[in-house]
Design a protein around this ligand. Structure first.
Ligand code: FES
Length: 505
């Protein structure tokens, strides 16, 4: 199956499911969900089961984005730490979010039980470890924070990975699964309950007409009372584009020469951190190791990042082969919590869910619960805390300024700072670059056969300059994370239009 990148993930390899075409007719839907990843699929299933008539629109194919590229850790110990959340939002709210993470795992387990889904779900113990004095103190604070919000955790004298450590903690009741086996089972249930999915349908515009929202797309116009953007970041330019920063994370699937596969979910606390788990691969175990995260479009040589991650893995593990390597995108929220609920600045029927940090499986599932409750008028305990319109002038202020300053720099500065004069002929096969040619900035890519593709590098979303991602052979926008293939076609939003083609050879 396809995804929004050149590399193939462990999960998608050999996975090919066709979504049956179904006539949509002219009758309005209750809810149109844009995006068929974990958020869209979970929301669709819960709403369809609650009696709402739902249509899921997907610009490419189901699970084209991060849902096929996650490492599928189901953890209650979140990337944005509990001590940080307690400081910004208070102990009660941090406790609430810990409860939300537990509830997400319960919902996944309930689906697996109810629908008898075979998705390699396994409960695991989690480990966090420190590697120096400064990290020891940090780990102690993390442990205190976890205990304050009711996460069971305790010091540990061992870890399941052969990486030297100074102190460690362990926390039970975490889990892992195969994300696509799980999500395709949910899709099957959504369709069986009467839901409709339309793939290869890019949403271009949403307009309100007599209290019904008209969704203009590349395959026609669809109507619904409520719209959910389950696309990471919503299209257009709004508040959330300044409150979420796009990041990429790198993953290797490694076959080891020995049997030192960790039977746990393991994390160090470096920044950016490394993470480990084991999965099944052709009947044998595979070590999944991730890390080396960076802001999208901010790393010049993304191939080099894979090499660094492999060198890191090789210094601790006895590597036999590396059958998989991939990277994927997530959004870091400015104040540490995701934005789930009504889209700020719009009417009362446009919903959004984004800013999951590295906890997409947890927050994508929780978003399904929150959005379906909001749309069906059921009180939800997390809705106020995670409302996208929340005003937290103190919480996340430093982060917000940092992320925003970065965005502003790209808005005004990139045109002046692109590389000095280069000629297209100097590109190596397989290389992409923003070059200056005849006074004009050009996004140029030369394929392995020597064919050159040239594009206007100005992102159609809000005018930043895209950067080349050599590992995934895509043009990535550093401002809000839009991504484009070598022909300029949109791989992931918020951009809704392709990069303009300038010609090729
Ligand atoms: Fe917003 Fe490119 S994604 S300017």
């Amino acid at each position: 199956m396809n995804r929004d990148a050149f590399t193939t993930t462990l999960w998608q390899d050999g996975f090919n499911i066709r979504i049956p075409e179904k006539e949509t007719g002219n009758v309005p839907f209750d809810v149109i969900i844009v995006g068929a990843g974990i958020t869209g699929i979970t929301t669709g299933l819960l709403l369809q089961r609650a009696g709402k008539k739902c249509l899921i629109l997907e610009a490419h194919t189901v699970c084209f984005g991060t849902s096929s590229a996650t490492t599928a850790h189901l953890n209650t110990v979140l990337d944005n730490t509990y001590p940080g959340l307690i400081k910004k939002f208070g102990a009660n709210n941090a406790l609430l979010i810990a409860q939300g993470a537990k509830e997400a795992i319960h919902l996944i387990k309930a689906h697996i039980r109810h629908y008898q889904i075979d998705c390699d779900f396994e409960e695991k113990t989690g480990y966090l470890y420190a590697q120096n004095k400064k990290e020891d103190a940090e780990l102690e604070t993390l442990l205190e924070g976890m205990l304050t919000v009711g996460i069971e955790a305790a010091p540990s004298l061992t870890t399941p990975v052969p990486v030297p450590f100074t102190t460690a903690i362990r926390f039970p009741e975490q889990a892992q699964f195969h994300p696509l086996k799980y999500l395709f089972a949910l899709i099957h249930q959504f369709l069986a309950a009467g839901g409709t999915i339309r793939e290869a349908t890019m949403v271009q515009q949403v307009a309100e007409k007599e209290n019904v929202r008209e969704v203009f797309t590349t395959t026609g116009v669809y109507r619904a009372t409520d719209i959910v953007y389950a696309t990471h970041i919503p299209p257009g330019v709004n508040l959330l584009h300044f409150r979420c920063a796009p990041y990429r994370s790198y993953v290797l699937g490694i076959r080891l020469k020995d049997n030192s596969y960790p039977d746990a979910l393991v994390y160090d606390i470096e920044d950016p951190y490394h993470y480990f788990r084991t999965a099944r691969y052709q009947g044998t175990p595979l070590l999944i190791i991730g890390g080396c995260d960076h802001k999208t479009g901010h790393e010049v040589n993304t191939e080099q990042v894979f090499r660094e991650l492999e060198a890191y893995a090789a210094s601790y593990f006895n590597i036999g082969s590396v059958p998989y390597r991939w990277s994927s995108q997530y959004y870091e929220p400015a104040d540490g919590l995701p934005y789930i609920g009504l889209l700020p600045g719009n009417d009362d029927h446009l919903y959004v869910a984004t800013g999951y940090s590295g906890n997409g499986m947890i927050f994508g599932t929780l978003a399904g619960r929150i959005l379906s409750d909001l749309i069906t008028g059921v009180d939800n305990p997390y809705a106020d805390l995670l409302a996208p319109s929340r005003i937290k002038p103190v919480a996340g202020f430093t982060n917000f300024i940092k992320e925003n300053a970065d965005v502003v720099k790209h808005f005004i500065g990139d045109r002046l700072s692109v590389e000095t004069l280069e000629v297209l002929a100097a590109l190596a096969p397989g290389e992409g670059k923003v070059v200056k040619y005849d006074g004009q900035s050009i996004a140029a890519y030369k394929d392995p056969q020597g064919k050159i593709f040239t594009l206007d590098p100005v992102c159609p979303h809000a005018g930043c300059l895209v950067q080349w991602n050599n590992a995934e052979r895509s043009w990535d926008c550093p401002c809000h994370g839009s991504r484009f293939d070598v022909t300029g076609a949109v791989l992931s939003g918020p951009a809704q239009k392709a990069l303009e083609q300038l010609g090729g050879s």
